[in-house]
Write a protein that binds this ligand. Sequence first.
Ligand SMILES: Cc1cc2nc3c(=O)[nH]c(=O)nc-3n(C[C@H](O)[C@H](O)[C@H](O)COP(=O)(O)OP(=O)(O)OC[C@H]3O[C@@H](n4cnc5c(N)ncnc54)[C@H](O)[C@@H]3O)c2cc1C
Length: 286
Amino acid sequence: MRYERPETIEAAIALLADAEAKSFVLAGGTDLLVRMQNDTFEADLIVDIKSIEGMDAVTQTDDGFLIGAAVSAAALSENAALVAEWPGVVEAANLIGSTQIQGRCTMVGNLCNASPAADSVPALVAADARVRIAGPDGSREVAILDIPTYPGKTSLTKGEIIVAIVLPKAATRSGDAYLRFTPRTEMDIAVVGVGINLTLDEGGVVAAARIALGAVGPTVSLVEEAAKALIGSKLDQAALDALASACSAASNPIDDKRGTIAFRKQVAGVLARRVAQTAYTRAGGK
Ligand SMILES: Cc1cc2nc3c(=O)[nH]c(=O)nc-3n(C[C@H](O)[C@H](O)[C@H](O)COP(=O)(O)OP(=O)(O)OC[C@H]3O[C@@H](n4cnc5c(N)ncnc54)[C@H](O)[C@@H]3O)c2cc1C
C-alpha cells in the first residue's frame, strides 16, 4: 500500500484520479484506520490531505463560514464565532466518539463515511450547509444532503475530494440544535439523531424551519412535513405534537438489538420536540 501526503489540492486530485486500484482520502483516520484493521479491507493508495494549505482552517466570510476538510471536531469548539452562530453544528460534531476521537475526526470524514448514524450530518443538513468539491473536472458545490447516497456510499466521483464545508451565515433570530439518543451514555452511535434550525419573525413566530433526521433511514432526511408543523407557531403544544408525529411518520428505521422500529419511531418524535425547544430558545423565542 502506498501512503502519500501531497501539499497541494492539485497533486492530491492527480494522485486519486490516476490511481488504477482502490484509493482513499485520509483525514482524521478515525473511520478509515479502523476499517483498515479488517482483513477484508483493501487499499492500494492512501492520500492524506492534512498537509494541504487551508484544509485545517475555519474562515469567517461575509456569507458565513468555510470549514476546511481537515478541521477536527475539537478545533470547531475553539472557534468562538462559529460556536455563537452555529451551536447545534458544533455540539453535533462534539458528540462524535470521545475527547481523543474528537482531536482527530472531521465533519467531512463523518459525512464521507456515509453512516446513516453520522452525528454531524443532520445538524449540517438543518443548517443548509454545502460542500465545496475539487476534482479532475474542476470545482463544484453540493448540498450536504446529496453527498451520502446509501450506507457507505457517496455521490463523489473518482478523483474528487471535499475541500471545505460551506456554512451559510445564520439568519437573524435563528437558532440550531442537535440531540441524539444512544443506548449507552458514551462511545455509542445514534439510534436516532435530530438536527433542527429555526428562524423566527419579530414576534417570535417560526418563519422558517429545517428538520433533519439521522439513523432512521439509509441516509439523513430533511422532513418537510415537520417544518410545516412548526412554521406559523410559537411552538405551542399542538405544533410540537404535529412535529413529533411528522418525525415519527418520516422515520424508516431498521429493527435490531439497539432499538425496535416502534421504539426508534417514537424516539424520533420525542427528540424532535426537545431539539425544537432548544433551537427556539437559541433563536430568541420565549
Ligand atoms: C471509538 C470511535 C467512536 C466513534 N463514535 C462516533 C460517534 O459517536 N458518532 C459518529 O458519528 N461517528 C463516530 N465514529 C466514527 C468516526 O469517528 C467519524 O465518522 C469521524 O467523523 C470520521 O472523520 P475522520 O476525519 O476520522 O474520517 P477518516 O477516517 O479520515 O475518513 C472517513 C471516510 O471519509 C473519506 N474522506 C475523508 N475526508 C475526505 C475528503 N476531504 N474528501 C473525500 N473523502 C473523504 C475517507 O476516504 C473515508 O472513506 C467513531 C469512531 C470511533 C473509532
